[in-house]
Design a protein around this ligand. Structure first.
Ligand code: HDD
Length: 701
């Protein structure tokens, strides 16, 4: 964004810290110009290095200290800046937080997405929860909504968080496996801790394999509290709904993406924003009046439960748009420090014991990760609201306080800064009574009903994926007793589920289980109301010398006009010579790419091109694999012959009239403009995300 007027307050504030280094002289940290940085100062060309070489010593010392501890969870992430704006003021009846209620107010944000279990250098696409952490730089101070892409969590009390994380992280003896839950310790924990089961169902579902950070929902998870001007509270659950719909990879694909592009989700976010395809979500809320606190068959304070949307609808509040990539990964994405206790007036906590523990943990973790109490001075963490207090000193103190006092009250400095100004944060007044006791509330003890609700709400395809995921995960567990204990737990969710899993992992299938309550919540399925759009979807157009250039150009232009990203993939880089003798530029060379990095594949006609692709095992595999993963395929002219070479069992068009068969779209037309009906049918197949009902061998899930 070059237009000054379009730059938000946070962006302008960051100008103070941006260093461009354009055409400048190289200096030491002290600003002394350096003459030569390739050789150390030595006693003779072949002699020992001298202590007085302050430049090289400083350079190496700084390098030695470059790393900071990675986040203990959510170490792997990607972030971007953006803006939030409410649609209207309806929520003002419930909260004084104007950034949620004043449609004239735009609030700068930074959002960091993450995986949970893997280290900083791990791949983007393991089976895992995704973090969805939003820092709102509001005029009333920073508000952090530190959520996930699942609406429920694995445990109910923060006291269990270290146990849970130790169980899911790599095994302590050998640090294997990296970024994977498919190992003994996690499933041992799950089998002994049934409160995990609802979130485990989400983890085994497609939700754990998002196609893109831009195509996943986000949830605040806990029940929070909105507070109005009179101090009245209302329970609230926060939801983020992506404009592009919620879509996932299939498991076989996700594993291959880990090798083909470990930065798949990072790159997707970065590239989309660079291309001006801003990522968008709608913020919605579920509100529950305080008098209805006990109106549910679960406890609102239990973070392993969701409020079914059919019971309490999600009401739209405003729009989040991510529109600017960070300038520096370390300075911004790595150093950003989220904290659930960063709240602003109008938003407060509840007594959810998971949230209460988080309100301790996040500040504590930043102290070690960012090396002391002054991390709020780091550019990405600094509020745009003014900061004045009597907190002083500490490592990395950036401020030069000029006041003669650093205590309150004082007379010497006119009692500045003074508490109690208008707009001060006031904690919600809540009457609390109870015996001091270490126990789990009885109201938290139904561990299965909502896991069953989730299972019942899945489409057949989604349910199959869940069974396959359990079989994979438990199949990696070496201790058969653990496998059996997990299956034993699953029968309290659904007997059929337990039996199907048991069959795949070599443990006895149970013959008794809970009576399934039969309830569903259609909103929990990703497939009930998918958003259909080709916007930003990636399509590979395979081409070799002799390609039908006019047809290829017409297809690529059509896809780009619809907002998709179409790339010409050649056997080698450079250009391909079309059948009519023109050069068509290649965007990617086949050996550098894989079908798993695309949403769809098209094969243009041109006899020589199709024959050359058919002789190349990688090209044939590319097409066959895309088919196996349920992706849209298109071929025109002789292009359909490559589908046959790849043994794709689909009906193909014999004439120019297009034929669509389970997401495979063909026409015999070639040269010049392609029929609109063919282009429309291909776009529809891409927008459907996957053709789940392919006949041959099903989808490789
Ligand atoms: Fe957490 C990071 C989300 C429970 C302790 N958490 C972290 C991040 C996200 C979440 C998105 C990454 C933030 C970033 O991008 O920097 N965590 C959640 C959600 C939870 C949850 C949605 C349950 C509803 N977390 C949770 C508990 C505890 C923690 C119960 C401790 C008692 N979480 C942490 C942490 C981390 C963290 C150790 C690691 C790095 C950091 O905070 O900044 O404090």
């Amino acid at each position: 964004m070059t237009d000054e007027s379009a730059r938000d307050r946070k962006d302008l504030q960051l100008d103070q810290d941006r260093i461009a280094d354009g055409g400048e002289a190289l200096t030491t940290q002290q600003g002394v110009r350096v003459h030569h940085t390739d050789d150390s100062l030595k006693a003779g060309g072949r002699g020992p290095t001298l202590m007085e070489d302050f430049h090289v010593r400083e350079k190496i010392t700084h390098f030695d200290h470059e790393r900071i501890p990675e986040r203990v969870v959510h170490a792997r992430g990607a972030g971007a800046y953006g803006v939030f704006q409410p649609y209207d003021d309806w929520l003002a009846e419930f909260t004084t937080a104007s950034f949620l209620t004043d449609p004239a107010e735009t609030t700068p944000v930074f959002v960091r997405f993450s995986t949970v279990a893997g280290s900083r250098g791990s791949a983007d696409t393991p089976r895992d929860v995704r973090g969805f952490a939003v820092k709102f730089y509001t005029r009333a101070g920073n508000y952090d909504l530190v959520g996930n892409n699942f609406p429920v969590f694995f445990i109910q009390d923060g006291a269990k968080f270290p146990d849970f994380v130790h169980a899911v992280k790599p095994e302590p003896r050998n640090e294997i496996p990296q970024a994977a839950s498919a190992h003994d310790t996690l499933w041992d924990f799950v089998s002994l801790q049934p409160e995990t089961l609802h979130a485990i169902m989400w983890l085994m579902s497609d939700r754990a394999l998002p196609r893109s950070y831009r195509m996943m929902q986000g949830f605040g998870v806990h029940t929070f509290r909105l507070v109005d001007a009179n101090g009245r509270g209302t329970f609230v659950k926060f939801h983020w709904t992506p404009a592009l719909g919620t879509h996932s990879l299939v498991w076989d694909e996700a594993q291959k993406v880990s090798g083909a592009d470990p930065d798949f989700n990072r790159r997707d976010l970065w590239d989309a924003i660079e291309a001006g395809d801003h990522a968008e979500w709608e913020l919605g809320v579920q509100l529950v009046p305080e008098e209805d606190e006990f109106a549910f068959d679960f406890d609102l304070l239990d973070a392993t439960k969701l409020i079914p949307e059919e019971q309490v609808p999600v009401r739209p509040v405003g729009k989040l748009v991510l529109n600017r990539n960070p300038d520096n990964f370390f300075a911004e994405t790595e150093q950003i420090a989220f904290h659930t206790a960063n709240v602003v007036p109008g938003i407060d906590f509840t007594n959810d014991p998971l949230l209460q523990a988080r309100n301790f943990s996040y500040l504590d973790t930043q102290l070690i990760r960012l090396g002391g109490p002054n991390f709020a001075h780091l550019p990405v963490n600094r509020p745009v609201a003014e900061v004045h207090n009597d907190q002083r000193d500490g490592y990395g103190q950036h401020r030069v306080h000029t006041s003669g006092t650093s205590y309150n009250k004082n007379t010497i400095s006119g009692n500045d800064p003074a508490p109690g100004a208008e707009g001060s944060y006031r904690h919600y007044t809540e009457k609390v009574e109870g015996a001091k006791i270490r126990e789990r509330s009885e109201s938290f003890k139904d561990f299965y009903s909502q896991a069953t609700l989730f299972w019942n709400s899945m489409s057949e395809v989604e349910a199959e994926h869940i069974v396959a995921a359990f079989r994979f995960e438990l199949g990696k567990v070496t201790d058969k007793d653990i496998r059996a204990r997990v299956v034993d737990q699953l029968r309290w969710i659904d007997l059929g589920l337990a039996q199907r899993v048991a069959e795949g992992v070599g443990v006895p299938a149970p013959d008794q289980g809970a009576d399934n309550h039969g309830r569903t919540s259609p909103a929990l399925s990703q497939l009930t109301a998918p958003v259909r759009t080709v916007a930003t979807r990636k399509i590979a157009v395979l081409a070799a010398d002799g390609v039908d250039g006019a047809g290829l150009t017409s297809l690529v232009a059509d896809l780009r006009r619809r907002g998709a990203v179409a790339e010409v993939v050649g056997l080698v880089d450079g250009a391909v010579r079309s059948s009519s003798g023109e050069d068509v530029e290649v965007d990617r060379a086949l050996p550098t790419m894989a079908s798993v990095l695309y949403d769809a594949v098209a094969v243009p006609g041109g006899a020589d091109s199709v024959a050359a692709l058919g002789r190349d095992g990688r090209a044939v595999h590319f097409v066959a694999e895309a088919y196996k993963h349920g992706k849209a395929l298109a071929a025109f002219g002789t292009g359909a012959e490559l589908l046959e070479t790849a043994r794709i069992d689909a009906e193909v068009a014999q004439g120019t009239e297009p034929v669509e068969d389970h997401g495979v779209v063909t026409t015999a037309a070639d040269g010049g403009e392609l029929p609109d009906a063919f282009l429309d049918a291909f776009a529809d197949a891409i927008a459907a995300h996957r053709a789940w009902d392919r006949p041959t061998g099903g989808i490789a899930a």
